[in-house]
Design a protein around this ligand. Structure first.
Ligand SMILES: Nc1ncnc2c1ncn2[C@@H]1O[C@H](COP(=O)(O)OP(=O)(O)O)[C@@H](O)[C@H]1O
Ligand SMILES: O=C(CO)[C@@H](O)[C@H](O)COP(=O)(O)O
Length: 512
């Protein structure tokens, strides 16, 4: 039996997993890194941190598994989407990567819309200009940091930077490139028309592949740093959500999943290009050839919980460390018995602005209904409920568009919490399923590597070999009705404050 590696370059950390061909986990390792917020609403990471995390975790899993590196038949890479990595012609990183949740490019998005035309942009890329997407970030650097733009010879997405470090190839693939605002989504190739109108030279963009195609092999130098065998195949891989789709078997119409990772995503498979012209949700190429996806993105989903834990629950983190349990699980226990609606407290999770369905980088977080009765655990429960409401708003958009699905798979760090999964089931009003293999994106790209290496005949066949249902949580009608009252209020918070969010954004902060 051979082995496959899936690497997921997430926002909170890199997870690397070694699987056998049946999808059983043989070893896994995670390495975290910081996220920098140089200004309110900006988000950056250091690409070298990702590469160090990849070297560390790959070496660790090969070491602990006891297998020979040459038994690994292929490597798949997944990663946070949209991030802008700029390299010199020698392949050196020019500046920190500007991430998917960075909201600095509203002016540039306006310029893109003007240059291409709103209708035409949506016709080609299936999406309007979105602040988190990559094209706006390129224009921002060109305008604000011309000295950096001048030195830029290659533009890559986060996981494609890892590919470059592993193989020396400047390449990308259709699922991740879909989130750059420059891909012709129907033809699955760069749009020359858009590149011309934005004056971006196609030579600086990666060569385009399908997700399961071989894009290169591990170089001697990368082999020395990671412990992989030189010549190991590296396939296209996928953006983390398209990868999670493969890792959860969402590769046929009628299937959908919810991720609560740093971001929150609902992703449904589609056999055709289905577009929401208002741009409330995205349409991207799937990692399956000739297939697409409709997906939403809440910017601060698990990130809201992490922010709350790190800011207000440091004592609980210490206790959890002392007794060797996961601090999130400990906090889940503290709030499980609090009432639905957190005793009349509603949270809107707009800590980084909001993408789906609001498209407003100026929105900011809100606790609505605070009273002197509330403890910090009420606020914590409200954070998890508020993230669930934001997922529900996106779920409603997919339903309104007629995207078909009957149940929801749950994945991502937040999907590990039975409490959160029950909230999702109650608030969606549909069953929420978990799988035996919980490594969503890492498993997904390992399957893609298996297809590239000839282990599986197709992505669908690979999914059948590795995916097994574990748990199913059904909605509780009484709880659903109780949540519904708060969801109705939640829906009114953003429209009521839209103008004030704008005013807040316009205030010039004094540097004291
Ligand atoms: N046991 C848990 N209960 C609830 N939430 C959790 C739990 N474990 C992790 N999380 C959430 O999952 C998030 C990380 O998810 P993950 O999928 O690893 O993120 P990413 O891929 O963005 O790096 C954390 O920020 C946290 O909010
Ligand atoms: O911007 C999006 C999708 O459009 C995000 O989903 C990123 O891809 C980041 O993912 P995580 O770090 O939360 O997995």
């Amino acid at each position: 039996m051979g082995y496959l590696i899936g690497i997921d370059v997430g926002t909170s950390g890199t997870k690397t997993v070694l699987f056998d061909e049946s999808g059983a986990v043989k070893a896994s390792a995670t390495a975290e890194y910081p996220l920098y917020q140089p200004q309110n609403g900006w988000a950056e990471q250091e690409p070298r941190d990702w590469w160090n995390a990849v070297c560390e975790t790959v070496a660790q899993i090969i070491g602990t598994s006891g297998i020979q590196a040459k038994e690994i038949r292929g490597v798949g890479i997944s990663g946070q989407m949209h991030g802008l990595v700029m390299l010199t012609k020698e392949g050196e990183v020019i500046r920190n990567a500007i991430l998917w949740c960075d909201g600095r490019t509203s002016e540039e998005c306006e310029e893109i819309t003007q240059a291409v035309g709103k209708e035409r942009l949506i016709e080609i890329t299936a999406n309007p200009a979105v602040t988190g997407f990559t094209a706006g970030k390129i224009l921002w650097v060109r305008k604000h940091e011309p000295q950096n733009y001048e030195r830029c010879a290659h533009i890559l997405l986060p996981k494609d930077y890892i590919r470059y470090m592993l193989t020396g190839e400047y390449a990308t693939e259709v699922s991740d490139a879909s989130g750059m605002n420059m891909l012709d989504i129907t033809k699955r190739k760069w749009s020359e028309e858009i590149l011309d109108k934005l004056e971006i030279d196609s030579a600086i963009l990666g060569r385009m592949y399908e997700s399961c195609e071989i894009t290169g092999t591990v170089s001697e130098q990368a082999a020395r740093l990671t412990g992989l065998a030189p010549g190991t195949l590296v396939v296209g891989g996928a953006g983390d959500n398209a990868a999670a789709a493969v890792g959860t078997g969402v590769v046929r119409e009628g299937k959908a999943f919810t991720t609560i990772g740093t971001s929150g995503v609902i992703f449904a498979h589609s056999n055709r290009v289905t577009i929401d012209k208002a741009g409330r949700v995205h349409t991207f190429c799937a990692a399956v050839p000739d297939a697409w996806a409709v997906m939403s993105c809440t910017l601060a989903a698990g990130f809201s919980l992490k922010w709350y834990r790190d800011t207000f629950c440091t004592a609980e983190i210490e206790v959890a460390q002392g007794i060797g349990v996961d601090s999130y699980l400990l906090l889940n226990e503290q709030i499980a018995r609090l009432p639905i609606g957190s005793d009349k407290l509603v949270f809107a999770p707009y800590l980084m602005g909001e993408r789906s369905p609001l498209l407003d980088e100026n929105a900011r977080g809100v606790f609505f209904g605070l009273s002197a009765r509330h403890t910090k655990y009420h606020l914590l429960r409200a954070v998890m409920e508020g993230v669930t409401f934001s997922q529900r708003q996106c779920y409603d958009v997919l339903r309104e568009m007629g995207v078909p699905f009957t149940q929801m798979l749950a994945t991502g760090g937040g999907g590990k919490s039975p409490l959160w999964r029950q909230m999702l089931a109650d608030v969606y009003g549909c069953p929420v399923i978990t799988l035996k293999a919980q490594e969503g994106p890492a498993l997904g790209v390992a399957v893609l590597a298996g297809v590239g290496a000839g282990v599986y005949a197709s992505v669908e066949e690979g999914c059948e070999a590795v995916i097994q249902v574990d748990t199913e949580q059904r909605p509780d009608t009484a709880c659903s009705a109780e949540y519904e009252k708060y969801y109705r209020l939640y829906q009114k918070i953003y429209p009521a404050l839209k103008e004030q969010f704008q005013q807040l954004a316009e205030i010039e902060c004094e540097k004291i």
